[in-house]
Design a binder for this molecule. Sequence first.
Ligand code: MRU
Length: 357
Amino acid sequence: MPASGTGAQRLRPIDWVDGPEGYLRLLDQTRLPGEEHYLRIDNVDALIDAIRRLATRGAPALGVAGAFGVVLAAQRLPAGDVPAAIAKIRSARPTAVNLAVGTDLAARALADGGLDAALSAAKKLRDDDILACAAMARRGADEIYRAVASDIRADHRPTGTGPRPVKLMTICNTGALAAVERGTALGVLSEVLRDGRLAHAYACETRPLLQGARLTAWELQRMGAPYDLIVDSAAASTMRRGYVDAVLAGADRIAANGDTANKIGTFALALAARYAGIPFYIVAPETTVDLHTASGDDIDIEDRGSYEIVSLAGVAIAPEGTTALNPAFDVTPADLITAIITERRTIRTGIGQRPDA
Ligand code: MRU
């Protein structure tokens, strides 16, 4: 497989396979980076299991999974069982709003136009997500050049030194694996790489489930990006030492006031970025903006229990009987976010602009 910035084979971790009884094809992310194994998901229980054990994960991908889940429910279950199955898919994980958005969208289409309409709605969501990620990648890259890699002087005249390559930090996995193609924050990073302006990427390993080490490092390597993996606790000092020009993260839910839930550790990155005086961006599609949720305080944060913290790859790393607090996400207050970049807008929450304005 080619491993260059532009030549890496396109990744499609979630897709629908048409046929008399179509099914969902999912790349099992729990097996990465060791093995590229695709799951054939042809019933609702298998889908819910895949979502709960994070075989498929990341907010945009969850939205698409939820939409195709409605199709599976309508295809395979007696009509009377479909509403309960849809409700179960919708709530399989609580924090990423996209799961509910995708499920609701296909459920409405099913109610209005039947199975074919639900399938078309799910496919449209998949295709729209690809377009949104491409638009975010471009918008985000341009924003970074404007903010941190400027070869433009304060008086708007070029310095003549040419564009400066940028050093970017990210957390969790927000790449193609978390969407349909390319991804959100990591999509921006890949665009910077394509532009020939990525000096270096720093990926936080993202304890406890190591989405950064297992998934983001795998994607960075695949795209041929220069990168280092860092332990989460090295992020603040790496910024402070001047190794980073900007931090990019995705989002699982953006409240009406701009507060944003994302993988645990994101809030700490935003605090450190503020201290280091570097911009902190959230990159997410409009489907992640939840105007029904007033602020971050209203976001339901998934707690995934002790096991993921007290063990590593199945091996105990804490004394037997140790319990752990394991919030999978945290909330970054709007005023710590330089801007939220969607496919349509750049919302400057850091200076008080709100997503509902
Ligand atoms: O628990 P996960 O792996 O589903 O968490 C994913 C994240 O927090 C991502 O950063 C977020 O969904 C944005 S994905 C483009």
